[in-house]
Design a protein around this ligand. Structure first.
Ligand SMILES: NC(=O)c1ccc[n+]([C@@H]2O[C@H](COP(=O)([O-])OP(=O)(O)OC[C@H]3O[C@@H](n4cnc5c(N)ncnc54)[C@H](OP(=O)(O)O)[C@@H]3O)[C@@H](O)[C@H]2O)c1
Length: 341
């Protein structure tokens, strides 16, 4: 029997695969396949690691592995038999280890699966910034009725309509953000790795990675939604931040490694309006990190992708790819191991 290992149990209930997902995966592989669920909770944070002992034991002799990333111990245990690995996360930096490369297996990820909830989250973050909520929250903590700063022009309050949004990355998440921003009257531009002439719906201008400074100059809000790769580490550095107009905002939902956090703090003191951050260079963010207490930084604990519809979409992707795999057809969401996304 050919073997599939499903390592999608998580101690975090929203990321824990429900029994219906396992049943659907079993049906999709069908006869001739054994689907082996790993009951030990895997790390759903996409941080890599070796994997649980139970996952490593199950992976020995497996042809397909479906998990939260591809832990290095799992890749090592499945060496020689592994042909396809799928990660329920979108980020694959921690999965593309030398030991995984050595298996020669294909890797698929869950890019786009998180796009809808994250599009909602980013638009909420933009509204938070534009309506001066940073200042309202700070005043509330001090029990201060801050009508003065909101009515004397100290707090700059803007409308969605006409706000210029710059997207770093125009994949599943970037496009979901673009559609929403456009519908609210915002002016959307972007940079992506491979700019094409055909503009996605709702986007006015698209440049390549070398156009990031140009994008920053014309952005009231810069949204970071690109993968973490060798080329994107510290992509949004002090030069990019310096190019943002006075009072601009930064929203990061990608990975902390893309944003120079020290440069962000300096730019906040110099000319930026504020930031909303879901991801950090070190997670959990250390308790003594200055970002925690900055009055114009809103922090959320890497949860922008949370939704009650995750398993519906993720299961549909896995099931479709299981059928494709069985039929020898091209898999969806294949990761380019050289590009690292
Ligand atoms: N906070 C969370 O909970 C959470 C949840 C899901 C995902 N994420 C993060 O968000 C990232 C994006 O997710 P996605 O689903 O939108 O991925 P995606 O569909 O693969 O899109 C990635 C986008 O980034 C662009 N890109 C790649 N390298 C670039 C570079 N050097 N400069 C500028 N743009 C570049 C790509 O360009 P092309 O279009 O030209 O290929 C593409 O538009 C993931 O990799 C993950 O790290 C975070």
């Amino acid at each position: 029997m050919r073997r599939v290992v499903v390592d999608l149990a998580s101690p975090r209930p929203v990321w824990n695969a429900p029994p219906s997902a396992l049943r659907a995966i079993r049906r999709a592989f069908g006869r001739g396949w054994t689907v082996v669920p790993v009951r030990a909770g895997a790390s759903s944070d996409g941080v890599g690691g070796a994997g649980t002992a139970a996952a490593m034991a199950a992976a020995s002799g497996a042809e397909v592995y479906i998990g939260w990333g591809v832990p290095s111990g799992v890749a090592a245990a499945a060496h020689g038999t592994l042909r396809w690995a799928h990660t329920a996360a979108a980020g694959v930096g921690a999965s593309i280890t030398p030991v995984f490369r050595a298996t020669g297996a294909r890797l698929t990820n869950s890019r786009g699966v998180h796009a809808e909830p994250m599009g909602d989250w980013v638009v909420t973050a933009i509204g938070f910034c534009l309506r001066g909520f940073h200042n309202a929250v700070e005043a509330q903590r001090a029990r201060r009725w801050a009508k003065g700063p909101f009515t004397d022009g100290t707090v700059r309050v803007r409308e969605f309509a006409g706000t210029r949004v710059g997207l770093v990355g125009l994949g599943g998440i970037g496009r979901a953000v673009a559609r929403r921003c456009r519908a609210l009257g915002m002016d959307v531009s972007a940079v992506r790795r491979t700019p094409t002439r055909r503009l996605p719906r709702g986007v006015r201008w698209v440049g390549g990675p070398d156009d990031l400074i140009t994008l920053a100059r014309r952005s009231d809000v810069l949204v970071i939604a690109a993968p973490h790769t060798a080329r994107t580490t510290c992509l949004v550095d002090r030069h990019v931040l310096a190019a943002l107009p006075r009072g601009a905002y930064v929203v990061n939902v990608a990975r902390g490694e893309l944003l120079d956090e020290s440069a962000l703090l300096a730019a906040l003191d110099r000319h930026l309006g504020g930031a909303v951050l879901d991801v950090f260079d070190r997670e959990p963010l250390p308790r003594d990190h200055p970002l925690w207490t900055h009055p114009r930084v809103m922090i959320s604990p890497h949860v922008s992708g949370v939704t009650d519809r995750f398993w519906e979409r993720e299961t549909a992707l896995i099931v479709d790819n299981a059928r494709r795999y069985r039929g020898g057809r091209r898999l969806r969401n294949l990761v380019n191991l050289d590009r690292e996304y």
